[in-house]
Design a binder for this molecule. Sequence first.
Ligand code: NAD
Length: 468
Amino acid sequence: MISKKSSRRGFIKKAFGSALATAALPTVLLGNDKRNVVELEAPHHPEKNYAANDQVNVAVIGMGIMGFNNAETTVQIPGVKLVAACDLYSGRLEHAKEVYGKELFTTKNYKEILDRKDIDAVIIATSDHWHDRISIDAMNKGKHVYCEKPMVHHLDEGEAVIATQKKTGKVFQVGSQRVSSIVTLKAKEIFESGIIGDLVLVETWNDRQGPNGAWQYSIPTDANAGTVDWDSFLGDAPKIAYDPVRFFRWRNYQDYGTGMAGDLFVHLFSALHAITSSKGPNRIYASGGLRYYKDGRDVPDIMTSIHDYPATDKHSAFNLQMRVNFVDGNHGGERLRLVGSEGIITVGWSSVRVDRSPTPKAPGYGGWDSFNTFSEAQQKEYEKWYKAKFPAAKPKMIDPGMEFKEPENYNTNVDHHLAFYNGIREGKPIVEDALFSMRAAGPALASNKSYFEKKIINWDPETAKLIS
Ligand SMILES: NC(=O)c1ccc[n+]([C@@H]2O[C@H](COP(=O)([O-])OP(=O)(O)OC[C@H]3O[C@@H](n4cnc5c(N)ncnc54)[C@H](O)[C@@H]3O)[C@@H](O)[C@H]2O)c1
């Protein structure tokens, strides 16, 4: 039980008192369901001019879908210059030059990037099985690292990444961008106000519908053993003959990817941990199956898991239900619902909502209750007794709820990349550092372990390690 009564009262007054007086708030709109909707303020990023010799030179390693997305985001940060790109498929290197100019240095060998003295930082957006190796090599070569989620491919790889970050002192951030989102920060503020009382349950899901969402990405017609460096792609994975399906749809295979848990659970864990300051669960069980996309993949297309979170000084003990369904039958969608004794915080991709309904202290009587079965004399006696026992019982509070939305052009990715460069330039602490990221990747990968081994996994959220 956490006592935050004074801050809770302050927040309730601020959020609900003022929002009810809609006329007083210029940004308040009244939603269809009579909820009060407030547009969040995007952070102000002051224009900064950096001299040519004060640029952060960055390279992207893994110039696929997320590599291009990260490149596009990162060049929006003042004082950041994209100078090189590395990928294993020629077409993507060609396209990198088409987008960023012929002078962009391109290579299929990431070590050529790490050897360049003029490169300060790398963004790693390869398939999951290369994350740990390239992160470690890059930090050891003096580069700051922005690595895509999940931080590692296997549970036993986390320790070395955390240790290398500590040893080298380089800035290291993982790419679950919602950790830096204004929606997440607002949800955190709401949660920390104590407005929903004791957290008892979290329900979260990320559902999709359609082949692209289920990772059946396009395969270029010019892909062949000449345009794709298959041997380099394999890395520490089992040696097998060139297979374009495995290369372009690597998420479907455990040898290179981390399935639904590593791909999507990890985002949900990162957001949950950022909001609640939790370090993770201590008990994990997952189930699911391959129901629809029987295309040769060796990972499920529906996965559901339950996680027990122990109490900490930041939150009460709670249970977490997590789900990813690629056969959603309803256009997909995602939510993170924090259920407390006095209300619910519902976090979506671009908004957060809070609804209050405090659990009454007085039990009430009548309705679906044993009271009606008592003799008439006993009912009278009981009423007398009840009124003496609960004299101040108030009717249930009806609350209009409150929603905070991102402004239209807000881009979470930009704020996440900015956090990385603020770490490099100003030494600002990185929230999604190696330990935070292993505390998110760990329970996700442990969910895979539970699913494949059909057993409950015990996890130490403090050290981010398996308990055997
Ligand atoms: N943060 C997010 O929202 C988000 C979204 C999508 C993907 N991701 C992450 O980004 C990463 C990449 O995903 P994607 O969808 O872009 O995959 P992708 O297949 O489109 O791109 C991966 C690229 O990595 C390259 N690659 C693999 N091994 C390499 C190596 N050793 N050296 C150089 N290049 C190598 C491949 O050639 C490929 O082009 C994954 O880890 C994924 O989880 C994050």
